[in-house]
Structures are given as C-alpha cells and as structure tokens.
Design a protein around this ligand. Structure first.
Ligand code: SAH
Length: 393
C-alpha cells in the first residue's frame, strides 16, 4: 500500500473528517490515478484511506477515516447500499431521485440519479473512475435495475485529467424518459439534457412556487433560466394566468413546450423566449412590462470562491433588474447554485440589489436543495444551492 505523508499541521481538516487533501498539504508520496493510498500526518499517524489523483489540485479524496476499513468491492457495495437506503428517510415525492450525492454520501466524485427504472451516473474523480465497474454493479444490485447510462461529460473531469465519456455502461434503453414529480410530469433526455438530464435539486422549490401561486393567485409570472420549464409547468398547473419563460438553449425550450402538452396545459398561457436573461430583463424594464412573480434560477456563476467577486456582480445585476419589474406585492424566487457563494453572501447580494432598485421586501423563506442532495456536518461544501423568497413591499 502506498502512503502519502502530510506537512506539519495539515492533518487538521482530516481530523474534522473533511474529505479533501490539497496538493499543497502533501510533504511526500504519490500513486497512480485513483489508487488507494494511506494518508499519514507529519509524525506518521494514520489519518485516512484516500483515492489519489495526480492531476488534480485536490490531490486525494477520502474513502474512509477508519484504519481497519479495507477499500475493496465490499466497501463500495456497503456505501452505495447505505446511501440508497437513506433516501427512504427523506421526503422525495418523485420517481426522479438523486441516489448518490458524491462527498455527502461518502463517495467523492460520484453522482447517481435515478429516473424511473434508469440510472444515470457521473464519474468525476480519479477514484470514482477507477472503481467504475464495481460501483455500477453495486448500484444495479441495490436498486434491482439493469440499465445505467454514463454522463461523464462534465468539465470537472478535465481537472482530474480524465476525458469526457458518455453512453450505456450497463443494459440499454430509451434515453427519452418521462418523470413524475409532485403533481406534474416532465419529459427529459438523459443523453442530451444538462447534467444527468434534469435539475432534480429544485424539485421542492418548484412545489413551493406552485403553493405560492395557488395562495397568492399570481397573474403574470416570469420564469428566468427556465431550462425544460419545470417551474413553468408548476405555475400553470397551480393556476397562474400566463407564464413568460426565458432560456438561451433552444433544445431546452422545445422540451419545455412539449412539457406543457404532456400536462394538458394550454400553450396559449405560455410565452417562450430564446434569449439572454440579462438583456430581456432590461428590455422588459424599458417597455414597462411588470410581473406578479419572478423566478431567477441562473447557472453556476461561481464554481469556486476564486470566482466569487465577478459572480457577485452578475447575481446583483439580474436581481436588481428583476426587482425593478416586480409589481409591488409581487414575489421573487431567487437562487444561486454556486459553491463559491455562501448563503450569507447571497443574502447580502440580494439585499444590495434591492437597495439599488429602490425596493424593500419581506424575506419569507430561505430555500435549499431537495433532501436527496444532502449536505453533511463534515462537508459544508455540500451546501451549494441556496434560494430566497422575497415578497416586495
Ligand atoms: N430552473 C430550471 C433550471 C435552470 S438551469 C429548472 O427548474 O429545471 C440554468 C439554465 O440557464 C440552463 O437551462 C441554461 O441553458 C440557461 N442559461 C444560461 N445562461 C443563460 C443566459 N445568459 N440567458 C438565458 N438562459 C441562460
């Protein structure tokens, strides 16, 4: 077994059970991509078993902090089993569920989503890549399914020195599927959709938006960064009079329009705009268009803290523009899915956007990702998605 020895004082985060070992923390030692290494403190004490990743700044990711644990097929079977069974304790009203949420489920670099009877996985670290075959078998055995599609085409693979790959890893079947979530159905494409096909993490926010629509009887709704129209369907089904939805992806908009039909909703109640959100918000402002409710669910502007400053300006811009076209008494659902923007910073950004727009509001909810995208006590980075519901005064 190969060993990596840390520099003095660099064991602290591992003693708190944080699973990342940065390149700069290592005094000596190395291994092949994905190989299991024993991690020791500067004075030779055991700290963890980890997967080595020679190309990444996160040079190793921990599998276990237990010296007696062997990192073998049985370990991965047990870890997948635990994560999947834990989903039964979460409140998930959908047949689309995240089964494995990487570090939060003890499997750094592995994302697995279940869409009905199909699994879709992303192997995003050298360690997950090395154990791919064992992980596939474990996932199928625990779920009793026989189809697993790989979507390892995320840009983060490059940081681990891995090429992008997609396709069926086990079994075969349709890549166009229909998902049942809360009270609606949504068509997704696991081969061409974003991430593994869909944004499962916003499931309960879509329901929350439907609840607000019903209670406050929204008339005109604006759904910015609508993707395949999840919030649009939720709003229309809950009785919103008209929803305008914006996205810069034409295939996503096509899918979105089809999703209205799938739910028996009248297409005349929706307007789809293939456009840039920032430019559209400015145009609406200039034209004097106003909305009773606005959703802002942009892509990740700040993947890490290093991007936070520029991202903060971008978040502030869209929030300021949205506040300006929100009717008094209207409601803004605003989100950041950037790991580099903390909940506290996001709150400050939205507050200063409101001030600049000359708008005050009640913060009626703080939102996060759905429970099958858990964060854990030891891995605060698991809190990537945060949202605020602001009721304009
Ligand atoms: N709210 C969606 C998920 C949004 S993901 C849901 O519930 O499923 C972010 C979306 O923003 C993606 O669909 C992407 O195509 C779109 N996007 C990214 N940059 C954009 C821009 N500048 N203008 C409009 N859409 C953009």
């Amino acid at each position: 077994m190969k060993t990596i020895r840390l520099r003095e004082g660099k064991e602290r985060s591992l003693l708190r059970r944080h699973p990342w070992i940065f390149e700069s923390a290592i005094a000596r030692g190395g291994a092949d991509a994905g190989e299991t290494v024993r991690v020791e403190s500067s004075d030779g004490k055991f700290l963890a078993w980890a997967a080595f990743s020679p190309a990444s700044r996160i040079r190793a990711r921990v599998w276990s902090f237990d010296e007696a644990q062997r990192i073998d097929a049985a370990f991965f079977v047990a870890t997948c089993q635990y994560a999947i069974r834990a989903r039964a304790r979460f409140d998930i009203n959908s047949d689309g569920q995240r089964l494995i949420h990487a570090e939060s489920d003890g499997l750094p670099g592995l994302i697995v989503d279940r869409y009905g009877d199909t699994l879709v996985a992303q192997f995003l670290s050298a360690g997950a890549e090395r154990w791919k075959s064992v992980l596939c078998d474990a996932l199928l055995a625990e779920t009793g399914l026989d189809r697993l599609y790989e979507r390892s085409d995320a840009s983060s693979r490059a940081l681990e020195g891995l090429p992008e790959v997609t396709g069926w890893l086990r079994g075969e079947g349709p890549t166009e599927l229909v998902l049942r979530e809360h009270d609606w159905r949504l068509a997704i494409n696991i081969a061409t959709g974003h991430k593994t096909g869909f944004y499962l993490d916003q499931r309960d926010s879509r329901r929350k938006f439907a609840d607000y629509t019903r209670r406050l009887r929204f008339g005109r709704v604006l759904n910015c960064f609508c993707y395949t129209g999840g919030f649009t369907v939720a709003a229309l089904q809950a009785g919103a009079v008209h929803v305008t939805s914006i996205d810069s992806s034409a295939p996503a908009l096509q899918q979105a329009a089809a999703n209205l039909a799938l739910n028996g909703l009248d297409g005349a109640r929706a307007t789809w705009l293939d456009a840039d959100v920032n430019a559209s918000l400015r145009r609406f402002g200039d034209e004097g268009q106003r909305f009773d409710a606005i959703i802002l669910d942009p892509p990740k502007f700040a993947p890490t803290v290093a991007h936070a400053e520029r991202a903060a300006r971008a978040y502030k811009d869209i929030n300021r523009l949205a506040f300006k076209i929100l009717e008094p008494g209207g409601v803004l659902f605003t989100y950041s899915c950037s790991g580099g923007i903390s909940a506290d910073l996001f709150h400050k950004i939205v507050a200063s956007a409101g001030t600049d727009a000359g708008v005050d509001g009640f913060i009626s909810e703080r939102l996060g990702g759905a429970p099958d995208h858990p964060m854990t006590i030891c891995f605060p980075e698991g809190e990537y998605l945060k949202g605020l519901v602001v009721m304009r005064k």
